[in-house]
Design a protein around this ligand. Structure first.
Ligand SMILES: Nc1ncnc2c1ncn2[C@@H]1O[C@H](COP(=O)(O)OP(=O)(O)OP(=O)(O)O)[C@@H](O)[C@H]1O
Length: 264
């Protein structure tokens, strides 16, 4: 049984079918990338998975639990975590305080109303371990809002993995990053996979170099439908995918680059 199984998922906005009978499976421990040109329906699909948008049809199971009628916090309890592009960090608190709140919140629905407890050695140890996992030990006492963009994204990832999710939704983790920060994020995701081999990652990303370095499996969405699915090499060689992206060459980030050495 796949970890995440999506079958015939449908979402309509009036006359537009933004998610058109999409079926895909994410396996345990897999990094599965979702790509497609602008407007293909990637964000809509992520919102349907996280529960921010209600579906008009289809099925969505995580580790055998049907999610389709569950509220977002119930999906989190079922093992889903999502990075919200740094909007979940508390900018006025330190990195340590953000991480402490996240570990304090495990098993609860929200940590918005918590006081930071910095006197519990077990919590401190867990928070420190999270900082190590995203390489923010050196930023432990820094105020989160003063961190560079790439470090804020790392903190956001740390908050998302605090509850040890089965599936992590990473929505454009490289957005707004320069080449150095992007390659750091690629390395971070590779390390996450090494340290949590059972956690699957569904990655939505326009940076094709990053996608081809990271993904075990790639699903290509076009006009709300699955156009193709396969390994990086299969996707790069697929004439249908090339045709979709060729028209976008001028947009730079949407073109399909040559296969990287060592890519999946
Ligand atoms: N709330 C909404 N109401 C109406 N139409 C919407 C809504 N959200 C998305 N759409 C439409 O659904 C289609 C898919 O949009 P979506 O944002 O999911 O695409 P995307 O692949 O994430 O694009 P991008 O890469 O530009 O973020 C688009 O035609 C978009 O205009």
């Amino acid at each position: 049984m796949s970890l995440l199984s999506i079958q015939n998922l449908v979402k309509r906005f009036g006359a537009l079918t933004a998610t058109d009978h999409v079926s895909l499976a994410v396996e345990r421990g897999q990094i599965h990338a979702l790509i497609g040109p602008n407007g293909a329906g990637k964000s809509t699909l992520v919102h349907l998975i996280s529960g921010l948008l209600p579906a008009d049809g289809g099925s969505l199971t995580l580790d055998g639990t049907e999610l389709i009628h569950l509220a977002p916090h119930q999906r989190v309890a079922a093992g889903l975590a999502r990075c919200f592009q740094i909007t979940s960090i508390f900018p006025q608190l330190t990195v340590a305080e953000n991480l402490l709140l996240a570990v304090q919140a495990q098993g609860r629905n929200s940590f918005r109303s918590f006081h930071v407890r910095d006197d519990d050695p077990a919590l401190l140890q867990q928070a420190w371990a999270l900082a190590q996992r995203v390489q923010l030990q050196g930023r432990w006492n820094d105020v989160a809002g003063t961190l560079p963009h790439g470090a804020q994204r790392k903190l956001d990832v740390a908050l998302a993995i605090a509850a040890q999710p089965k599936l992590l939704l990473l929505d454009e983790p490289m957005a707004g990053m320069g080449p150095v920060e992007s390659s750091e994020m690629v390395a971070l995701i590779q390390q996450l996979r090494a340290s949590s081999p059972d956690m699957a990652i569904l990655l939505i990303e326009h940076d094709m170099d990053a996608v081809f370095q990271l993904a075990d499996c790639i699903t290509v969405l076009v006009y709300g439908k699955v156009l193709a699915q396969g390994s990086a090499a299969q996707i790069q060689a697929d004439p249908r995918v090339q045709a979709v992206y060729l028209g976008q060459e001028d947009e730079g980030d949407a073109s399909i680059p040559e296969a990287q050495e060592g890519a999946a």
